[in-house]
Design a binder for this molecule. Sequence first.
Ligand SMILES: [Zn+2]
Length: 200
Amino acid sequence: MRRNMDNSVIEQIANEQLAKYVKRGGVHKVFNEIMEAERIKFRKVSSLNNNFVGALTKYTNGQLYIMVNNSIDNDGRTHFTIAHELGHYFLSHQLTQNAFYCLNEEIVEEGVWQSPIEQEANYFASCFLMPEQKIRSAFLAMLAYSKKTKTKDFLYVKNDWSFGVWSGIKVDLMKRYGVSEAALRYRLQQLKLAKFEFIA
Ligand SMILES: [Zn+2]
């Protein structure tokens, strides 16, 4: 029986790789350099199966590939998928039948996952794309800067003044970290920096 990894261990592994590969800015900008250094080949593939999002596979010659479905139409989702597949790699998940084929419902940017291995890869992706120290200081600085803000250390987003503050902050953070709004919200909630309860 495989023992599940603690979130703190996963976060530490993500931070070690970030320290190694990222000088400044978001990790999504250096995905190609990371894969090259780790000798992983990257392919965008067309799949008729829309449920297929990404995969980490090993060819019989030992070559590793990260494949992403090229029909994914938003960059945030593509970045999360690559980070998720890198998670399987850096967390040394044992490849079954030489591959992880990760389906749409397994690569979840927010919420709960069924399989522990997929959950670990998702948590890795979240930490990798949005490292705690960086996102915490960026978020709090933006919150402090916002003139409409009434709270300085936490944002409870509802259908009031807070919604406008959030709309201003989110665009910048999504761009900086190359993530979707869903992934960003989930990370901020996880770090107890924000809570969301608005009706769009
Ligand atoms: Zn997976």
